[in-house]
Design a protein around this ligand. Structure first.
Ligand SMILES: NC(=O)c1ccc[n+]([C@@H]2O[C@H](COP(=O)([O-])OP(=O)(O)OC[C@H]3O[C@@H](n4cnc5c(N)ncnc54)[C@H](OP(=O)(O)O)[C@@H]3O)[C@@H](O)[C@H]2O)c1
Length: 382
């Protein structure tokens, strides 16, 4: 295994994501309770953008590696025991996902769901449980209720639509463009409304006279949403993608008999906060995935290589994207050629032993060691 790796390390804050460049660093070594992961894909989050500019609530001391959500292969397990073994496909969260390798607490790792690619799984760890916990734990969504999901085509929005539908709710989704509204429909929204060029409050009330039971708000639309929330309604405060933190007149909360409900998923993951909740949430989410009720939300444009992470983050910040924007490991030209030339029947003799132009070292970027990885390459070139 190589002793060095490429990673996007910050030694100072950058003006924008395009200033991010990979450098060569020593490959990390896992502590007893950690695993070394070879990262195959890393997702982008809005907070990654804030963090590289020094505007996030969690700023590590310099130098630090950017990125958080990842999926990859367990390369080495520290001294402690684990239900995972070398070669397992996993996803998780770490400070430093924009790298070829990371070390992460083994107890936090989760298995890549069957049929999900690394790119799909890279976008799960923070986004999916935020939407699930918000709707089922914080708002206690029930079958038959109406849910208004703002920014329905965003990361948390698309998972929220799927979770609400799985619970048996009727979903109204909002978004800014016709393309994003079509995406919301594709993921199960019953009704869609453009909030950029319609009186969306009036439209919600036309669809659901009396108002919706739950508002899922990652944007900062609580004040307007109060006008179309039903008696006993719950308004979930997920985020402030529009940039402003609202001031809410509390008399309206009282008069409408509604609840403003905060959601801070990251805190649940800290030891001691509601023991057992994180495990239960993941059991439920993986169960829903197994039943096909939650599908991957990976944007069709997957960025290749650490060199393109900046472009992926720029697209996210420019509001051009839907779902999860992911950067995955570089696929070399000879790997593409290999992918084009081999079929599944040729697969076993090729694994770990093939030679095509050059033979990659075991564990290096080009080393294909399982069928899923090979198939990923094939999918990518189609
Ligand atoms: N509370 C928690 O535990 C938690 C966990 C994860 C994320 N969050 C927060 O939730 C928010 C959304 O996260 P996400 O991962 O879904 O992000 P995302 O994929 O980037 O989606 C955000 C969406 O917000 C909409 N939006 C509206 N006004 C915007 C503006 N001025 N600039 C940018 N986007 C705007 C955009 O959709 P349209 O173009 O359709 O308007 C965009 O697609 C973020 O603020 C994030 O920090 C909170």
């Amino acid at each position: 295994m190589a002793s060095q790796m490429k990673a996007i390390q910050l030694t100072e804050y950058v003006k924008g994501p395009l200033d991010l460049t990979p450098t060569t660093l020593p490959r990390p070594t896992p502590k007893p309770d950690e695993s070394l992961i070879r990262i195959h894909a890393a997702a982008t989050n809005f907070f990654d953008l804030l963090q590289i500019a020094g505007k996030y609530q969690n700023q590590p001391p310099f130098p630090w590696i950017a990125g958080a959500e990842f999926a990859g292969i367990v390369e080495e397990i520290g001294a402690g025991s684990s239900s995972f073994k070398t070669g397992d496909k996993v996803f998780g969260y770490v400070q430093g996902a924009y790298a070829e390798y990371c070390c992460v607490k083994t107890s936090t790792l989760l298995p890549v769901p069957k049929g999900w690619s690394f790119a799909d799984a890279a976008g799960l760890f923070i986004t999916a449980p935020t939407s699930y916990a918000a709707l089922t734990i914080r708002a206690e969504a029930k079958r038959g209720e109406w849910v208004l999901v703002h920014a329905g085509a965003g990361g948390v929005g698309l998972f929220a639509i799927q979770v609400a539908k799985a619970v048996g709710c009727t979903v109204i989704a909002t978004a800014s463009t016709a393309e994003k509204l079509a995406i919301c429909k594709r993921f199960g929204a019953d009704h869609v409304i453009s909030y950029s060029d319609t009186d969306w409050v009036k439209e919600v009330l036309r669809l659901r006279p009396g108002g919706v039971d739950i508002v899922f708000d990652p944007v900062g639309l609580i004040n307007q949403s109060l006008k179309c929330t039903a008696w006993n309604g719950r308004l979930l405060i997920i985020g402030f993608a529009a940039g402003a933190i609202e001031q809410v007149p509390m008399n309206r909360v009282l008069l409408k008999n509604v609840s403003l409900v905060g959601v801070h998923w990251g805190e649940y993951m800290k030891k001691g906060v509601e023991a057992g909740t994180v495990e239960r949430v993941w059991r439920d989410i993986l169960g829903m995935i197994g039943e096909g009720k939650i599908k991957p939300i990976t944007n069709e444009k997957v960025y290749e290589g650490l060199e393109n992470v900046g472009k992926a983050l720029k697209a996210l910040g420019a509001r051009e994207t839907w779902g999860k924007v992911v950067a995955k490991k570089v696929v070399r030209p000879w790997e593409r050629t290999l992918g084009k030339q081999c079929g599944i029947s040729l697969y076993p003799p090729l694994i770990g032993s093939w030679s095509f132009g050059e033979t990659p070292e075991k564990g290096s970027v080009g080393y294909i060691e399982d069928l899923d990885t090979l198939l990923e390459y094939q999918m990518l070139i189609r």
